[in-house]
Ligand binder design. Structure first.
Ligand code: UGA
Length: 434
């Protein structure tokens, strides 16, 4: 493999993982961000996000001089053969993606274009963004320097992002020219992955359609769970049976409080917005969103049903992050659940292994505890929100002894109901009759 010079614009989650992993497989990478404090922290070896193994990978590659950081696109682009755009595309009030950062980066790329490069979109963007970036670069590209626009969506999951990068199910390359396609395939050659080459718009849609499909799958099993509870069945067993059919598959059929995070909710919303924009009401997506929001309310209702009156009760929330192995709390179900519990007059104590520093600045009126035992001390209910591995090895006898009331409402079906009931707990899972 011939090492390539790569510039990654945006040192957020996607940009840092992409940059570090590309350096890890032998390329020379500069990661750029316009947040100077972030860049200077990175230069000093401080990594702004929690992702297992990422700090080590960054440190190793900085030492090998294959990875560095810069505060300007001009500096990052100097020798670049491939430029990745990995800046944020946050949701706006109407559900559409805010593309102002992408547009501004496109103008900066144009202003610094001196020789042929491949410009690859890595951020999740609405279909046709590639066309708009291409037009923008052409508009501000005074010397008419040639470049190729490519869509190369990421499919990384927080918490397992490096493994996902290094062992991908597929690498999607949406390209117009054979030259760009070849360069992109060369970049990823060490991964020996399955490539799918498409046009740019199809590649863009693959990302939105994939995340939306995963969201629909989760809402589907959560709806099945609601029926299960009424008829005396168990959604986990139903999911097992469904999952044995390879056309369906077992993954993403875990019933619970639903999906959160910065990807699934935002992409579902953005894809729905796009469908409406082109004149199609994608009702399935709207339904998935509604089911997801209702699951959180339903979880709180379960706690309320068990305790009758929530006013004055103490609820111990275990887990704040939107899923285990991340400190990300953006669109985390926990945030909504806390608000609902507080609105009903409950007192909330919370513990999360890594997300508390972030949560403290966002979640108000909550008592943050030093561990799970501290959180349940004096509590009327243990509400399991994130299935962190460390919660699976808790001494439940000890937990029970300090609770005011031995009640567990398990939003992730993490506990074994029989074992937990045998210890004397009242237990309620999701999608389970009892
Ligand atoms: C998601 C996709 O899975 C990645 O493929 C994609 O690259 C990424 O978004 C992105 O667009 O960047 P991520 O947001 O890290 O990854 O999280 P997931 O593992 O997909 O989980 C999302 C949410 O669904 C979590 O809150 C999780 O607890 C929930 N979930 C997941 C369920 O409630 N049930 C399930 O069966 C699976």
């Amino acid at each position: 493999m011939k090492p390539q010079n790569v510039c990654v614009i945006g040192c957020g989650y996607v940009g840092l993982v992409t940059g570090a992993c590309l350096a890890g497989i032998g390329h020379n990478v500069i990661c750029v961000d316009n947040d100077i404090s972030k860049v200077s922290a990175l230069k000093k070896g401080r990594i702004p996000i929690y992702e297992p193994g990422l700090d080590q990978l960054i440190h190793t590659n900085v030492k090998k001089k294959r990875l560095s950081f810069a505060g300007s696109i001009a500096e990052g682009m100097k020798n670049a053969e491939v430029i990745f755009i990995a800046v944020g595309t946050p949701p706006t009030d109407d559900g559409s993606a805010d593309l102002t950062f992408i547009e501004s980066v496109a103008r900066d790329i144009a202003a610094n274009l001196k020789k042929y490069v491949v410009v690859a979109e890595k951020s999740t963007v609405p279909v046709e963004t590639g066309d708009n970036v291409e037009k923008t670069i052409n508009r501000y590209n005074k010397n008419n320097v040639a470049f190729d626009m490519v869509s190369n969506p990421e499919f990384l999951r927080e918490g397992t992002a490096m493994d996902d990068f290094l062992h991908p199910d597929r690498i999607v390359i949406g390209a117009k020219s054979k030259k760009a396609e070849k360069i992109m395939m060369g970049l990823y050659a060490p991964l020996k992955a399955k490539f799918l080459v498409t046009d740019v718009k199809s590649a863009e849609l693959i990302k939105h359609a994939s995340n939306s499909f995963l969201a629909v799958k989760i809402s589907f099993i959560n709806s099945v769970g609601r029926v299960c509870e009424q008829v005396g069945a168990d959604a986990t067993r139903v999911a097992e049976g469904m999952g044995l059919d390879p056309r369906i598959g077992r993954s993403f059929l875990h019933s619970g409080i639903g999906f959160g995070g910065f990807c699934l909710p935002k992409d579902l919303e953005a894809f729905y917005y796009i469908s409406r924009k082109v004149g199609y009401d994608f009702q399935l997506l709207r339904g998935a969103k509604e089911v997801n929001e209702d699951q959180r309310a339903y979880f709180v209702k379960k706690i309320e049903d068990a305790l009758w009156i929530l006013k004055g009760k103490t609820i111990a929330l275990l887990g704040i992050a939107f899923k285990p192995n991340t400190d990300d709390i953006r669109f985390a179900p926990a945030l909504d659940i806390v608000t609902r519990l507080q609105a009903k007059g409950a007192r909330v104590k919370a513990y999360d292994p890594v997300a508390m520093p972030r949560a403290k600045s966002v979640v108000k009126g909550v008592t943050f505890c030093k561990n799970a035992y501290d959180a349940v001390n004096g509590a009327d209910c243990l509400a399991l929100v994130t299935e962190w591995p460390e919660f699976k090895t808790l001494n439940m006898k000890k937990m029970k002894s300090s609770m005011s009331h031995a009640l567990i409402v398990d939003g992730r079906n993490m506990f074994d109901p029989d074992a937990i009931r045998a210890l004397g707990f009242e237990y309620h899972g999701m999608g389970k009759a009892r």
